[in-house]
Design a protein around this ligand. Structure first.
Ligand SMILES: N/C(C(=O)O)=C(/C=C\C=O)C(=O)O
Length: 274
């Protein structure tokens, strides 16, 4: 089963679903109604998806991802965004999970990932049994801080988004070592997307070796692919799916199956093909 763990839905009805006043970037110009995404998934052979609240679109109002995911459950599940350092973060997680059907939270904050103010949300994630994604990254220090908090909460499954920002990092060897250390935590997984697969072909051979080391550290069973559609949209949705299937030609068919669905099914066991 193919599971795209990084899609974004953005309603074309801007009156019913207004963008946040600070919205920026692609979602000012591009929409992706959930019904359109489902059609694209059917054409591309993608059975299931997580609808991930995009950065810079609806702020912390996760309504459109949640309502959309419920409409197509159990093919889809919503992953919202919360600020883990907010004083009500744990209660917000309970609200969105219990009242709105969200199943997983993406952490975006000005605070460092291991800021002690974030622990209450992680505790609540454990009691609710929901997985955590972490945005940001991009430096070895931030990955180390993700390891600190993930280590404090060994019963919470968690995964940095977008290959933890490895592709944009100026210090890929340092990031690689930090991710290898992170992978020592049994509850640590890693999500990767077109933001890494697109640039992969332009890496040097040494950088490609580092990329491969990260995957080997987590093993394909803890790597979760996503398109990042429609932020990443060259070739349309199907082009992004084909990128996922072909960008890393050295993967075995079995490893690719784990990365394009098998691992995600352990994070979101409620997902079911139509
Ligand atoms: N908007 C997102 C997202 O994942 O929410 C993007 C990816 C990287 C940002 O951190 C994007 O716009 O490409």
């Amino acid at each position: 089963m193919i599971i795209d763990t990084h899609t974004h839905v953005v309603s074309s009805d801007r009156n019913a679903h207004p963008l946040h006043p600070d919205a920026s970037g692609w979602s000012l110009e591009v929409s992706n109604n959930v019904a359109d995404l489902i059609k694209e998934m059917d054409s591309a052979g993608v059975e299931c998806a997580t609808l991930v609240q995009p950065n810079g679109t609806y702020g912390l109002d996760n309504s459109y991802q949640c309502d959309s995911a419920l409409q197509y459950a159990p093919r889809t599940v919503a992953v919202g965004i919360l600020d883990p350092a907010a004083s009500d973060a744990a209660d917000q997680l309970s609200y969105w999970t219990n009242e709105r059907g969200m199943w997983g939270v993406r952490l975006q904050s000005q605070a460092e990932p291991d800021d002690p103010r974030c622990d209450a949300l992680w505790d609540r994630a454990e009691s609710l049994g929901v997985p955590i994604s972490i945005g940001g990254g991009g430096t070895a220090d931030r990955v180390d801080r993700m390891r600190n908090i993930g280590g404090r909460h060994p019963n919470v499954l968690f995964a940095p988004d977008h290959f933890a920002g490895w592709s944009g990092s100026q210090d890929k060897p340092g990031m690689t070592t930090a991710l290898e250390e992170l992978a020592r935590l049994p509850n640590a997984h890693l999500r990767y997307s077109s933001t890494s697969l697109g640039p992969y072909a332009g890496l040097t051979d040494d950088e490609k070796d580092l990329f491969r080391r990260v995957i080997e550290a987590f093993s394909p069973r803890r790597m979760m692919w996503g398109t990042n559609f429609p932020s990443s949209r060259e070739g349309g949705f199907i082009g992004q799916v084909q990128l996922g299937q072909t960008a890393l030609p050295w993967l075995s068919a079995e490893d690719l199956d784990w990365m394009m669905g098998g691992a995600a099914a352990t994070f979101w066991p409620m997902l079911q093909a139509p």
